[in-house]
Structure formats: structure tokens, C-alpha cells
Design a protein around this ligand. Sequence first.
Ligand code: ARG
Length: 461
Amino acid sequence: TEGRLWGGRFAGGPSDAMFALSKSTQFDWRLALHDIAGSRAHAKALHAAGYLTAEQADAMDAGLVELGRRVESGEFVAAPTDEDVHGALERGLKEVVGAELGGRLRAGRSRNDQIATLIRRYLREEIRLLAQDVDGVISALADQAETHLGAVMPGRTHLQSAQPILLSHHLLAHAWPLVRDVERLRDLDRRLAVSPYGSAALAGTSLGLDPELVACELGFQSSVPNSIDGTAARDLVAEAAFVLAQIGVDLSRLSEDVILWCTAEFGFASLDDAWSTGSSIMPQKKNPDVAELARGKAGRLIGNLAGLLATLKGLPLAYNRDLQEDKEPIFDGIDQLHVLIPAVAGMVATLTFHEDRMAEVAPLGFSLATDVADHLVRQKVPFAVAHEVAGETVRYCEQHGKTLSELTADDLPRISEYLDEGVLAVLTVEGSVSSRDGRGGTAPARVKEQVAELRAARSRL
Ligand code: ARG
């Protein structure tokens, strides 16, 4: 039963197909160093409770350190006969400290509390790295926003021209959701800081081991208040999968804008050569593959979350082997984002914006119509009337083949008695943008403030 942690009550070993199904080293090996950290903490608890003498505890700890070194250097790897990371490492420990001492470590713990602890510890480490990655995209967006302060563009709702806005305002609108994603990761980190070690199989340990000692050794804030919950719960893994999916979705929405902006029809931006790809047949092509892969991977991340929730929904308490199915989707999500996010950051940082083109199309689609209405409201005309007059103004322009900014004083009385020459002053893209000067609005002074507010928010993350 080398590499297998059970066998006494079985007359024979598992069939090949049973073993192939059960085996998890091909994906849970990445938890090996966390498992060794857990074992070192557990050995301390065993010593504190009198199950290891000081000499045994020292030898055990030195053995675990040596095993960790062998794992890191690749000298020790899972063997084809190892069922899971836990079995493989016990085999490795026995190789280092001998079977007698090595066989003492497993007292008072179960793979159920072990795996529940390892996945939390692993996720804490990974989401901190992810938070840094996400901050790289936020930083790229903030830098572009700062560089292009003052540049205008058409703002859209329903993808139709709505009102002119600042390009910086739009870029920052992609940064704030990512700030919230990092906050979500920080918040989740606090919930993950509770250690299930000591829950044993489900009912807790009978050996007087101190779960708080283990929790503290492993960098957790405390141990779980309920051993059944400690071994059976995977909501925190699902929550991590949600935040990963949300990050994917936020990057996907940003990417969709980039894809549109880089079309010939929009012409708002161009991709840097280093962050785009060519076509094997069409020589002119420069494709936004980073953005498209972001959009594609968002779907995959949503699938990982949905699959995990489906796995959890019908499980009775406490541990069920179904829970092993949490690993691959969450590992996959982490791996995908580690590859994706730096590429998105690079793509954003190197985008070239075509300010003239954006300024040219900003007033199209009668995007200044709201400014006509707002102007009349400032003259104390009721908004319902102002809306009607602004609508008539658009209709007049349409009939005469003009944009709103091309109207002259002669046109006004032919449209409505309500219109005075003062309206012409607001019928410019710059006038429109500057007039939206409430907090959060697109006026240049406000957007400048917002860049500073974003930098302050980042420093608190
Ligand atoms: N590999 C399992 C998992 O990922 C942990 C081991 C628990 N196995 C068991 N037979 N109790 O959840």
C-alpha cells in the first residue's frame, strides 16, 4: 500500500480503473508545499499534546524541511502508485525519517481537514498575486487616462451615440470595476483566514490537539468553529471562482471596447505590434487577439464557477469525494488569469488613441440634443417642454442635413420660439462636456479629480 493511506481492512488493492479514477496527484501535487507546511504545524501540535517527544518532533520537522527541499528541487515527485498528494508525501517522509517516525504523523488528522486547509492556504497565496496582476491593468488604464486628459469621444448607450464624453472618463470607467474586484479579493482573503485543521474526518480530533496552534503556525487568523463545516464547506472556493469569473467579465467588457475601437469603422485606437497578431492569408490584418482571448476566457471562467456550484448543490454533510472536483476548475481559473491579465495590461498600456477621429465623430448622431434641453431648463423652461423643443431641433437638423453644432442664429426662430442665441454656445462638444461638472461627471476638472481619486483608492488596496 505504498503511497496509499489505507488498506488494512481490504483483502486486495483497487482495480486499475478504480485507481485511475481516484488518483489526483496529476493536479493536487501543486499543493505539496502547503501540505508540508500543514504537516510541520501538525507535528508541533502532536508534540504539544505529548504524542511526539522533543527528539522525535525535531527529527520530524527536519525531515519535513528536507522533504520540502526535495519537492522544490524536483528530486521527489509523485509516483504512479501514489493516490494523492497526501499519500505521496507520507511515502516521501518515510524515505527521509524512516517508517516508524514517519508513520506517527497522521495521528489525529484526516485528508478531509488537510485538503480543506490546503486549498484555503493556496487560494490566499494566489489571490494576493492576482490582486497585483489586476492592479497592473488598473495602473495602465489610469496612465492612459492621464495622458489623454482633454480628448473627447462619443459616449454611447445601446451602442448608439448618446452624449460626448472624455476618453479619460471612459477609460476610468473600466478601472473602477477592477478596483472593486481587488477589494473582493482582499475581503475573501479575510474569510479564507480560518483554518479547518483539527476538524479531522468531520467530528474533530480526540487527541487533545490544538487547532488554534496549527492555525497560527499556518498564518491563519483562527481555526474553524465547526469541524463539520470545516471539512464540508467549499463556499469559499466557489466565492473565489466567482471573483475570478467577475475579473474575467470585467476584462472582457474592456476588451470588447478595444475590439470595436480598433475597427476601421470606429478608427478610435490602434494596437501595438507587440500586442496583436497577423493573419496567415490576409497581409493587411492586425488582430486584437489579446482582447478576444480575454472575452473567450471569461466564458471559461464562468463555466468553472457554474460547474463548481452544480457540484456542491446536492451534497449532504459532511465530506464527500465529489469535493475533489473543486480543484481543477479553480486551478484552471487561477492559471488562466495569471496568463491573461498581464497581456491585457500590456495591450492597454500600448494602445494608441486617435484623438482627431474621436473628436470628429463625437458630435455625430445628434449627441448634443440633451444640451439643447438642459440649456432651456437653465432658462427655467419645464423639462418636458425642453425635451420636445430639443427633439424638434434634431428633426430640423435631420431635414436640413445639418449637425446640431452646425446650427446658426438664423435657424433658431424657424425651429422654436423658445430658442435664443445662447444655445449656440452649448452646442459644441467642449461646451457639452464641460457642462457636466457634477461629481463623477465628464467635465475635465472632474475627470482630473477622478484620476487622483483612483490613485488614492489603489494605494488603499
Ligand atoms: N483528494 C481529496 C480532495 O481533493 C482529499 C482526500 C480526501 N479523500 C478521502 N478519501 N477522504 O477532496
